[in-house]
Structures are given as C-alpha cells and as structure tokens.
Design a protein around this ligand. Structure first.
Ligand SMILES: [Zn+2]
Length: 362
C-alpha cells in the first residue's frame, strides 16, 4: 500500500453511555484520544478521515450472540432486570447494568463493524475504533466488562466475505471470547499475548490451547509472566507472531489493542511502555495488509489515552515531532527481573513453537 487510507471511528454520541463511576472501565478514553490526535492534525488530510459508528444491526449481532441473551441485555438496560439475565453475567460487579447499556454496547460494536465494512469496500486500509475491543463477551455471556463482542462479530463479517482473517490481541487479558468463537476454524487465526492466566482474569489462554479439528494450530496463546517488559515482549512477538502471520498470510488483520499491559495499570502486572505497541504496529504495517484496530482494556486512563493516540499516529503514518511527546520513557529493568522473566518467556515461546509451528510448516 503506497498510501494508506486511515479512518478514525468516533462519535460524541458514545459519550452518552457510562459504566457506573466506581467501575474501572472509563468510556472517556476514546474522547480524549480523539482530542489529542485532532490537535495533532491527524484526523484530516487526503488520506485520513473520520467515521461515526452506527448501531450494529440485530441480524449481525445474532451471528454470535443468542436471541435470549440480546433480549435479556435489552430488558436489563430498560430496568427490567431478572435472574435469568444474571445467570448470563448481566448485572454482576464486572458487568453492571447501567442506563443505556444496550444502546451503548451496540453502538460501540457498530463502530468496529463500520471499520470492517470500510475495509471490505476498499474505502479504508486502516481503521481504529478506540471504543471497541470487547473480547470477553460470549455468545450468551457478559464477561470482563464486555457485553457485545464487536471483535468477534467483525472477524465473522470479514470471514463471511471470504477473507482470511488474522486476529491479534495484545490486551493483558486473554482474548477468550474471540479465541473460542473460532476455536475449530482455520479461516480466522487468533493470536493472544496476555498475562499468565494463573495470575489474571479470565484464567484461560495457556500454551496448550491451540484450537481443535480444522482449527488446530489456528489458536495461539502466549501467556507472559508478571513483570514482562518491552524488550522480552518484543522478542516473544518476533519469535511467535511474526513467523505465524507470515505463514498464515492473512488478507487482513484485526488488532485488539488493549492498553492494560502497560506498566502502572491498576488491574494487571506487566511492565510495558507504549513503545512496544508502536513497534508492534510498525511490524503489522510491514505486512502491507489492511488493519482493523480497536481499543480494549486500559485502566490507567492517562497511559491508555497516550498509547492509543500514539497508536493512531503510527497507524495513519503521522510520525512527527509531537509523536515524541506521546512516547513513554524507557523503563529500567533490574537484573533480577530480567533473569526471572527471560527464562519464563523462553519456556513459553518454546512450548508454543512445539505446539503450533509444525502445523504451519515452520
Ligand atoms: Zn484487558
């Protein structure tokens, strides 16, 4: 792609929907990201534009979510709450019911689907919906702050259009909803880098979860030890993700860019800086395939906003002096941390290679 057409997906309408104030998920992040990239002039020009999300259609939602679940979600957000909804995870501490919940979830998901359609029509080569990335939601389950699984729906839409889809998830939590949606399929490969599931929600995403049947080898999990820092993360990324993406040769990449792997996130224990995210994006761009990027987790709001603004500036080719202002300073790593983390990551990457590489001729 000589010149990439990049579309940023956002609308102030998204601001009408809020999790309760005590909840860690803060929807203000997308608004703040937009403010920064707009002030940098990164939303205009011949190859950059904005698009507003439109609510996902019910017929599309039903490709993944059950009618029973969608009904309960809608009823709950209208105040008609019942134990059946609770049995599907709606109304828990993690997934509380709040005003406009259904409309907000469906609008945010619709943003990711707008991105998918723009890529399918050739109107965009790169899209970013910072209000998307709800990778934990199941067909009939609200989970981990997620109600409508926009990334799964987007992968489904793209696969239905005959595309070979690579789903990459760098959120600190395992992208379980997406991984299991395509667990027996080879037309959507999922790769998730996340903190050791023994330490963190959702408790899945071990090296030996590799898919089944036709999908064997098309689900890849790279669990990372507490304290994982940029250099070793990138080494694992280059060792596992780059060869697999190359061998799989996707038509496009769906990229869940949760920023909760950054150091200082209150819910997790990795030590990344946003420079790792920028490096990953540069690697993805080098494949020269369309990229549908979404937000995700990220509970240190300032760090998350800066990481996503930096991500957009890299995605849309807006490298300028201001980008330097968005980059985190590099972190010092103690020799003890280095020793512990390095040996654990090497064991993990070796296990992943043994489990899946031969299935792809690697
Ligand atoms: Zn997360």
């Amino acid at each position: 792609m000589a010149k990439r057409k990049a579309v940023f997906i956002y609308s102030p309408e998204l601001e009408e929907y809020h999790y309760p104030p005590e909840h860690p998920f803060n929807t203000i992040r997308a608004k703040k990201v937009r403010e920064i990239v707009n002030s940098m002039g990164l939303l205009s020009g011949p190859d950059r534009s904005e698009a507003a999300p439109v609510p996902a259609e019910r017929v599309v939602l039903k490709k993944f979510h059950s009618a029973r679940y969608l009904h309960a979600l809608k009823e709950a957000s209208e105040g008609k709450f019942n134990t059946e909804a609770l049995s599907m995870g709606i109304g828990t501490l993690d997934c509380p019911v709040f005003k406009g919940l259904y409309d907000g979830a469906v609008l945010a998901a619709g943003g990711t689907l707008v991105g998918a359609k723009l890529i399918l029509s050739g109107e965009a080569d790169v899209t970013f919906n910072p209000s998307g990335g709800f990778h934990h939601a199941g067909p009939e389950r609200a989970s981990g702050f997620c109600y409508v699984n926009d990334v799964t729906l987007a992968c489904m839409l793209l696969a239905e259009a005959g595309k070979r889809v690579l789903y990459l998830d760098v959120d600190v939590h395992h992208g379980d909803g997406v991984a299991y949606a395509f667990y027996d399929r080879a037309d959507v490969m999922t790769i998730s880098f996340h903190e050791n599931p023994r330490m963190l929600f959702p408790g899945t995403g071990f090296e030996d979860e590799v898919g089944t049947g036709q999908g064997k080898g098309y689900c890849v999990n790279v669990p990372l030890p507490v304290g994982t820092y940029d250099e070793v993360y990138m080494k694992a990324f280059k060792t596992i993700a780059l060869p697999l993406i190359g061998a799989y040769d996707p038509d496009l990449i769906v990229f869940e860019l949760g920023a909760d792997a950054l150091v200082g996130d209150p819910l997790a224990h990795l030590h990344l800086t946003n420079n790792a995210y920028a490096d990953i994006i540069n690697h993805l761009l080098s494949f020269d395939k369309p990229i549908l990027a979404t937000g995700g987790g990220g509970y240190n709001i300032d760090n998350t906003v800066r990481a996503w603004a930096l991500a957009w500036s890299v995605l849309c080719g807006g490298g300028s002096s201001r980008q330097g202002g968005l980059r985190d300073t590099e972190l010092a790593v103690s020799s003890q941390q280095r020793d512990i983390v390095t040996s654990q990551i090497e064991a993990t990457t070796n296990a992943v290679k043994v489990n899946v590489f031969s299935l792809h001729g690697l």
